[in-house]
Write a protein of this length. Sequence first.
Length: 88
Amino acid sequence: MLFIPFLQNLLKGIKYRLQLKRNKRLQGLSVGWFQQKYLKHLPAGKIRSIELFGRRFFYEAPQELLHGLQEIFVEEVYRQTLSSNPTI
Protein backbone atom coordinates (compact mmCIF):
# COMPACT_ATOMS: atom_id res chain seq x y z
CA MET A 1 0.00 0.00 0.00
CA LEU A 2 1.29 3.48 -0.85
CA PHE A 3 -0.26 5.03 2.24
CA ILE A 4 2.15 3.52 4.80
CA PRO A 5 5.40 4.77 3.18
CA PHE A 6 3.74 8.16 2.74
CA LEU A 7 2.92 8.33 6.45
CA GLN A 8 6.42 7.21 7.42
CA ASN A 9 7.97 9.87 5.19
CA LEU A 10 5.58 12.50 6.52
CA LEU A 11 6.39 11.69 10.14
CA LYS A 12 10.12 11.65 9.40
CA GLY A 13 9.83 15.10 7.80
CA ILE A 14 7.86 16.48 10.74
CA LYS A 15 10.43 15.12 13.19
CA TYR A 16 13.28 16.64 11.14
CA ARG A 17 11.58 20.05 10.98
CA LEU A 18 10.86 20.11 14.72
CA GLN A 19 14.45 19.20 15.59
CA LEU A 20 15.76 21.75 13.10
CA LYS A 21 13.62 24.53 14.53
CA ARG A 22 14.54 23.66 18.09
CA ASN A 23 18.28 23.36 17.45
CA LYS A 24 19.16 25.96 14.86
CA ARG A 25 16.56 28.66 14.23
CA LEU A 26 18.58 31.60 12.92
CA GLN A 27 21.69 30.95 14.98
CA GLY A 28 24.88 32.24 13.44
CA LEU A 29 23.12 35.20 11.87
CA SER A 30 23.10 38.59 13.47
CA VAL A 31 19.32 38.39 13.91
CA GLY A 32 18.30 38.16 17.55
CA TRP A 33 15.10 36.85 19.09
CA PHE A 34 13.52 40.30 19.46
CA GLN A 35 14.48 41.31 15.92
CA GLN A 36 12.93 38.08 14.56
CA LYS A 37 9.66 38.82 16.36
CA TYR A 38 9.74 42.43 15.18
CA LEU A 39 10.30 41.41 11.54
CA LYS A 40 7.68 38.69 11.76
CA HIS A 41 4.98 41.16 12.73
CA LEU A 42 5.90 44.07 10.45
CA PRO A 43 3.43 44.78 7.65
CA ALA A 44 4.65 44.23 4.09
CA GLY A 45 4.57 46.81 1.33
CA LYS A 46 7.21 49.30 2.46
CA ILE A 47 10.87 49.06 1.47
CA ARG A 48 13.03 48.65 4.57
CA SER A 49 16.63 47.63 5.23
CA ILE A 50 18.49 45.41 7.65
CA GLU A 51 22.20 44.96 8.26
CA LEU A 52 23.50 41.40 8.01
CA PHE A 53 27.11 40.27 7.66
CA GLY A 54 28.25 43.89 7.67
CA ARG A 55 26.14 44.75 4.60
CA ARG A 56 22.78 46.43 4.19
CA PHE A 57 19.97 44.32 2.67
CA PHE A 58 16.74 45.86 1.41
CA TYR A 59 13.43 44.02 1.57
CA GLU A 60 9.76 44.75 1.06
CA ALA A 61 8.16 41.75 2.78
CA PRO A 62 9.71 40.91 6.16
CA GLN A 63 8.12 37.45 6.29
CA GLU A 64 9.77 36.58 2.96
CA LEU A 65 13.11 37.85 4.28
CA LEU A 66 12.87 35.60 7.35
CA HIS A 67 11.77 32.65 5.23
CA GLY A 68 14.65 33.17 2.81
CA LEU A 69 17.21 33.42 5.62
CA GLN A 70 15.78 30.25 7.17
CA GLU A 71 15.99 28.33 3.88
CA ILE A 72 19.44 29.52 2.86
CA PHE A 73 21.38 29.59 6.12
CA VAL A 74 19.60 27.16 8.45
CA GLU A 75 18.08 24.49 6.24
CA GLU A 76 20.82 24.92 3.61
CA VAL A 77 18.46 23.95 0.79
CA TYR A 78 21.00 25.10 -1.82
CA ARG A 79 23.95 23.15 -0.42
CA GLN A 80 25.41 20.76 -2.98
CA THR A 81 28.00 18.07 -2.64
CA LEU A 82 30.13 18.07 -5.75
CA SER A 83 32.52 15.39 -6.86
CA SER A 84 36.23 16.03 -6.55
CA ASN A 85 36.70 15.27 -10.25
CA PRO A 86 33.90 17.08 -12.14
CA THR A 87 33.45 16.56 -15.86
CA ILE A 88 31.28 18.31 -18.39
